[in-house]
Structures are given as C-alpha cells and as structure tokens.
Write a protein that binds this ligand. Structure first.
Ligand code: NVA
Length: 372
C-alpha cells in the first residue's frame, strides 16, 4: 500500500516537499488582501514573479528539509514545474498570476487511502493542484486501493466573497467573533486542505477565511459514510483564521500543541478534555509579528508549524529554541532545519509538506464518542 496516512504523527515513510520554482507574489483579489509588513498603509504589494534570489533562498531550505527527511529513510517527492506567472481566466473571474507550490499541505490531503484535492478559496490558487497531478496519477496507477477525489470547484466569482470583511475595524471583528463569518460567503463549498487536522477516525476542520460551513458539510457528507467523524472547530480570538496548523497541532496520541493567543472554543475543547487529551501551549515565538519577512502574510506562529516524523520525533525551525526546549521536555527527539526563507511563501515545515504514507491505520482516539 503506497497511500496510507490517517493522522499527523504516525511514522512518516513518504512525503511531498514543496518547491519555490516559478513562485509569484500573491495577487490582490476578493479573498486576499496581501500587504507589505511594516510599510505605510496603501503601500503597493509587488506583483508577478518573485525575485530569483528569494526563490533560490527558499529552495535551498526546502532542499535542506528534503535531505534531512531522506537521511531518516523517508522517501521524498517534489511537485512538477508549473507556470505560476500565467494568468487565469474562467467564465467567472480573471486573475493576473497564480501563486506557488511551496505549500502542498494547503491544497492536498491524504485521508487513509484517499487523496482529496481541496476546492481552494482564492482565485490565484484555483489551479494549484496541477503541480501534484503527475504524482497523484503515479500513486493512483500504482496502487489500486487509492481513492482520488477532487472536491467541487466553487465559482470564485465576485458574489462568492464578502469584500467588506477586509474593512471591518478591530472592534467590529471582536463583536462578530462568535459568528464565524469571514471573507467567503456560505453559498458554495469552499475549503483549503490545511484547515483540516487528522486524528484517525476523527477529523477536525477549522471554520476560517479559507473554509466555510458549506465546505465542512461537504467534507462531512463525503467522509462520514466512509467511517470518519468530522468536527468543526473554532478559535474565536483569531480574527483572520486560515489554516489550522499554526493554531492547533497534534503531536502524538493524547497531546496537542496549542496557540496561547488562540484558545479553542470551550464547547469544541470538550471533545479533547473528555478523552484525556492534553492541550499544551506553545511558547512565544522567537520573532514578533513585526519581525516576520516583509512579504510574509502569516503570523509569528509559523513557529509552531512543526512536522512530526513519528510520535517521538519532530522537526522544528532552527531558531525556535523555546519550542525546541518544550518539545524535548515532553520527551520528543527534536530535529532542526533553517526555514525562515520559506516564511514569505506563507508556511513553515508542516505547510511545506504533504504526507503520502505514514505507518499505522485508522484508530479511534476519542472513545467517549463510541462508548454507549
Ligand atoms: N494563518 C496562519 C498561518 C497558517 C500556516 C497564521 O498566520 O498564523
């Protein structure tokens, strides 16, 4: 069996590591308003291809991660080249360029023996499955047990977005924090794969700017007949939620690394607490939000975007010493790689990977859900 991955921590055997080849700046569009960090309001965000030097720096660190994984006996695969500078035009929208293949986790997810291509939520990422299609065909041809599903593509027309979201002042966001309404309306199925976290039979899915309730309903209806349980989760203090892996990161059965600034809604936390899971806050990252790279749209919490190689071994960014110390105290073997030049592409070690094969099968880590 080639495609087999049920959770975020079982021993990793085969993985895809992203690539910065041909990466472009993310365009301004209804679902995304990228800004230059620490620049006066209204400063223009660059457009078109990223500079060659920025691509080379990121590629060097991605290659470093790939080499580390290979040195641990893990098979590493890479995306195929894609022309991200090409514009996209569909009957519903046009966008001047696409983005990149640095973060396969955002687009692709393995759930057991099934590969799902997410709908995606932003126009520039509409065709981001393309760099992974050759691999998907290879796995699908090689392994008759592989199920391959492409989720329904939303139109991404103007009506799908709620553009006023970007103008809400902080007080307004605070007032609305329990409505979980962001820049994408609820009319169509929308989800990015990175809003899902896998716990064997159970999957949690964050309602966010990139995943709506209709997207979660689609996942439920698709996965529950296949023996999974899908649980929506919410982090009301995150006013710009997107992708769960800087917020709630399971490390082994019974242990989740949590973001101290983004607590899980009490009613969602019950599932974990009732089943004796420990929620351990990550320490403050070594860089403040102001010190993140100028074109990086993600927060300082990329610090906790770690990649588990097994329930006892975790890869952590080289400079994140406080987190490394915490993980060591929790009895993990901690491996480190430099990865800061990848940050401007929106992710760190977990985002930049997509696991194809981890040992193990579908376990139930939440017995209170099945106990009579
Ligand atoms: N939206 C998240 C990053 C997820 C990889 C954050 O900025 O913390």
């Amino acid at each position: 069996m080639i495609v087999n991955s049920w959770n975020e921590w079982d021993p990793l055997r085969e993985v895809v590591v992203g690539s910065a080849d041909n990466a472009c700046f993310e365009p301004i569009e209804p679902g995304n308003r990228p800004t230059v960090r620490n620049a006066p309001a209204g400063s223009p965000f660059p457009t078109g291809p990223k500079p060659r030097a920025a691509i080379e720096r990121a590629n060097e660190e991605l290659a470093g991660l790939a080499a580390l994984l290979e040195s641990r006996g893990i098979t590493v695969r890479r995306p195929t080249p894609h022309d991200f500078a090409a514009p996209v035009r569909t009957p519903d929208f046009e966008v001047a360029n696409q983005y990149c293949a640095v973060c396969p986790r955002d687009v692709m997810i393995t759930i057991g023996h099934e590969i799902i291509e997410a709908t995606m939520s932003r126009r520039a990422r509409y065709f981001e499955f393309r760099p992974y299609r050759e691999l998907v065909y290879e796995y699908w041809n090689a392994d008759p047990d592989v199920v391959w599903t492409t989720a329904p593509k939303p139109s991404m027309d103007d009506g799908m977005y709620r553009e006023e979201f970007w103008e809400w002042p902080l007080a307004e966001r605070h007032r609305r924090m329990h409505s979980f309404e962001f820049c994408v309306s609820q009319d169509q199925v929308v989800f990015d794969a990175a809003d899902i976290s896998r716990f064997g039979r159970d999957l949690i899915v964050q309602e966010s700017m990139t995943t709506n309730r209709t997207g979660i309903s689609w996942l439920k209806r698709h996965l529950e007949p296949r023996g999974f349980r899908v649980h929506p989760v919410h982090f009301p203090l995150d006013h710009f939620p997107s992708h769960i892996d800087c917020t709630f990161v399971p490390l082994r059965p019974g242990l989740v690394l949590t973001n101290p600034e983004r607590p899980l809604l009490d009613r969602d936390a019950r599932l974990f607490l009732d089943n004796d899971w420990q929620l351990v806050d990550a320490p403050q990252p070594t860089s403040g939000n102001d010190e993140m790279p100028e074109y990086c749209q993600s927060s300082k919490w990329l610090s906790m975007n770690v990649l588990s190689l097994s329930p006892t071994t975790v890869v952590c960014e080289e400079q994140e010493k406080p987190l490394q110390d915490l993980l060591s105290k929790l009895d993990f073997e901690v491996l480190t790689v430099p990865f800061r030049n990848v940050f401007e592409y929106g992710g760190s070690l977990h985002c930049a990977t997509w696991d194809i094969h981890r040992e193990g099968g579908q376990e139930d880590y939440f017995p209170t859900l099945t106990r009579p």
